[in-house]
Design a binder for this molecule. Structure first.
Ligand code: NAP
Ligand code: SF4
Length: 666
């Protein structure tokens, strides 16, 4: 496969075409951060990644993404980085430090920008850089690169995309300067070019400089195709070694990496620049499996593939792919839940499908010292994670599931457009069950007597839907989300959804969708108004209007924004999809009854009735754990995890994480 061919650069050879893209993990700010980052990157290098790019490191204080973010500006800071570079080199990997100046995205009062224009996603207004400060900022980038070289890095990546400082200089929308750093395009790209040229002059020829070029800004008044080409060529002349693809500013209202983006949904962008820029190009965004990566290399015109989140999900991705063990890859499902959402809530990142990610030193995998017979009851995400982890540790595991298939709530979630990747997680668990010889008993609910011979019993029986308690809840038009998602009920043209939480939004998305866009890049582009020609500045055009399949009404008793509890980095996408489809929201309601005339509720004291064909109940969950009480009475060693332990706010992240932690404790 081309994926595993070396790439010969003028002064160095990369062992394969796989780059671990830059991703802030929050380890950068942990007290023992360098040791933890060293272990984190080392595991990925050991797993076969050719070239790693670190999370963004600021060249000076003003460039912080957030207060006290990692900075490399002094000789005294070099030594700690050696921990990382040595750890990666020990396993034959190469590593570049990403230099990231946040500019007006810096979430602190010291932030700066070319012009004093506040970003729509930041409450801090930047100070406009003086001419002198621009010069000293360029010098800080150069010093940072030189310090990175001394710390043993094989190169640097200059972050020129995603709407950060360099991008802010390039786009007229954020650069209103009238001096030599603003106005004409030549003036606006001067900052980027001087940084790259200055770094090359300082570090010499034998040092990788990756420039992350914003190839598609996805914001109004962003760069046009011709401008991006010109910038790419000038960056090449300035001394860059590789061009990485940047897609979308952080303030863009177009999804760029979420699960709604089809796999490799933006690799065509890199392809558009292939004939224009002669440096090796890296394709990015929503590439998560070897087949997709290979296709991008062979058909899409890229020389390298960058993936970040897939290496959180599986540090052995490369080895497995190389050995043709694709079915063993723990695939990133693009949920953003445990990685980016954690970062935005100021927690250290991890991964929903791999809770050990970024916890290599605190949650290491250790084989069991005594082999035990372990029963796990329930093969939802929590039970599956527990069973395969316990078996991998050396225990003899039996996994009981009352349904005829593994998956639990994932079996419903996988039906929702944009959640197709859940199938990969189920495939992964199926294969792990085989590899670790888990005794899987489908269609079985064990009795307490049957569980008596087990040294440990894990109850992972999950949740059941909370029943509706209002008058008429048993009316024929009332259906549960399970009936809808499994296709047991064909919902009519007008439907009300009771509950505006995660499942309410999922059900609405399911009911609105004409067809899945999982493999339809063209439909995705037209839906979100992305111009494949990148003719208009920023690459935006008017989004297409697809008539929704149904008219939906969504209700909740709280007065908060519907979907307020959805993920920080994905909630806006779900809300935008529903809003665009004309869903009517009712908050602060008091349910009255359900009759032949529809759903009655009171809002602001006024009785209203929605005439609908169906009322879909998405009113949360209750634990399903009756067996646990019986077992405890029998004196068995019982562990209750996931939704069976606590249904409130249960999600797959908590279920899987509790499953792995429980297995580690056995
Ligand atoms: P949820 O997010 O807690 O939402 C439950 C909804 O039901 C709320 O809107 C609640 O609103 C309503 N409700 C609660 N008790 C009710 C009652 N007795 N009668 C009528 N309505 C009632 O739970 P979920 O939607 O079942 O989701 C389960 C978990 O999975 C959550 O943690 C969720 O975050 C997660 N999940 C997330 C996503 C995502 O991020 N995309 C997708 C699916 C699931 P009121 O109490 O205000 O009426
Ligand atoms: Fe991928 Fe979700 Fe894991 Fe993030 S949390 S790495 S998006 S699977």
């Amino acid at each position: 496969m081309k994926l595993f061919e070396p790439l010969h650069l003028p002064f160095v050879t990369l062992k394969n075409r796989i780059v671990m893209g830059s991703m802030h993990t929050g380890l950068e700010e942990e007290r023992d951060g360098f040791a933890r980052m060293a272990a984190f990157y080392q595991a990925r290098a050991k797993g076969g990644v050719g070239l790693i790019v670190t999370g963004g490191v600021a060249p000076n204080r003003a460039g912080w993404v957030a207060p006290f973010a990692l900075r490399l500006a002094k000789e005294s800071q070099v030594k700690s980085h050696r921990l990382i570079t040595d750890a990666v080199h020990e396993h034959g990997g190469q590593i570049c430090l990403q230099i990231l100046h946040a500019g007006r995205y810096g979430y602190h009062p010291l932030c700066v920008a070319p012009s004093a224009i506040k970003a729509p996603i930041n409450r801090f207004k930047p100070r406009a850089l003086s001419k002198r400060s621009i010069r000293s900022t360029i010098s800080d980038f150069i010093v940072c690169a030189e310090l990175a070289r001394r710390a043993g890095y094989d190169g640097v990546e200059v972050m020129g995309s995603e709407g950060y400082l360099i991008n802010q200089f390039i786009a007229a929308k954020t650069n209103r300067r009238t001096d030599e750093w603003g106005g004409s395009f030549a003036n606006r790209i001067r900052f980027a070019i001087e940084i790259v040229r200055g770094i090359r002059e300082r570090v010499g020829e034998r040092f990788i400089i990756i420039y992350r070029l914003s190839m598609l800004d996805l914001v109004k008044d962003g760069s046009s195709f011709d401008e991006i080409v010109e910038l790419g060529v000038r960056i090449q002349e300035a001394g860059a070694t590789i061009i990485n693809t940047g897609i979308g500013w952080h303030e863009a209202r177009v999804p760029t990496i979420a699960a709604v983006v089809p796999r490799a949904g933006f690799s065509w962008v890199t392809g558009r620049f292939k004939d224009k820029i002669s440096l090796p190009l890296i394709a990015t965004n929503r590439i998560n499996m070897p087949r997709v990566a290979e296709q991008v290399l062979t058909e899409g015109g890229a020389d390298l593939i960058s993936m970040a989140r897939p290496f959180l999900a599986d540090d052995e991705w490369v080895i497995k792919a190389q050995q043709g063990r694709d079915d063993e890859i723990n695939t990133c499902i693009a949920c953003n839940q445990a990685c980016l959402d954690n970062i935005f809530s100021r927690q250290t990142a991890t991964c929903l499908v791999n809770p050990r990610a970024c916890r290599e030193t605190v949650m290491p995998f250790t084989p069991a010292t005594v082999q035990k017979r372990v029963a796990v009851v329930g093969a939802g995400p929590g039970g599956l994670a527990c069973a395969v982890t316990a078996a991998a540790r050396g225990h003899q595991v039996s996994l009981f599931e009352k349904q005829l298939a593994i998956g639990g709530q994932f079996l419903f979630a996988r039906q929702v457009p944009g959640k197709e990747e859940f199938d990969e997680t189920l495939r992964y668990f199926r294969r792990q069950i085989e590899i670790h010889d888990v005794d899987l008993r489908l269609g079985t609910t064990p009795t307490p007597a049957e569980l008596k011979g087990f040294a440990e019993v894990v109850i992972a029986t999950g949740v059941k839907p909370r029943p509706l308690t209002i008058s008429g809840a048993d009316h024929a038009r009332v259906v549960s989300y399970i009936d809808v998602l499994t296709g047991a009920v064909e919902v009519g043209e007008r439907a009300a959804i009771i509950g505006a939480g995660g499942i309410g939004f999922d059900v609405a998305t399911f009911l609105l969708a004409g067809h899945s866009q999982a493999e339809d890049i063209e439909a995705f582009l037209t839906t979100w108004g992305i111009d494949p020609a990148i003719a208009a500045p920023g690459g935006l055009v008017s989004p297409a209007h697809h008539p929704p399949a149904r008219q939906l009404f969504m209700l909740q008793r709280k007065t908060t924004k519907p979907g307020a509890g959805l993920g920080k980095t994905t909630g806006w996408i779900h809300r935008a999809v529903l809003k665009k489809a004309g869903v009517s929201f009712f908050t602060g309601v008091e349910y009255v009854d359900i009759t032949d005339d529809g759903l009655g509720f009171r809002k602001d004291g006024r009785l209203q009735r929605l005439e609908v064909d169906h009322i879909v109940v998405c009113a949360g969950q209750e634990p399903e754990k009756s067996l646990a009480d019986d077992l405890a009475r029998d004196g068995l060693n019982v562990h209750i995890i996931g939704g069976a332990r606590k249904a409130a706010e249960l999600d797959a992240q908590r279920a899987i994480s509790e499953g792995v932690a429980c297995a580690d404790s056995l």
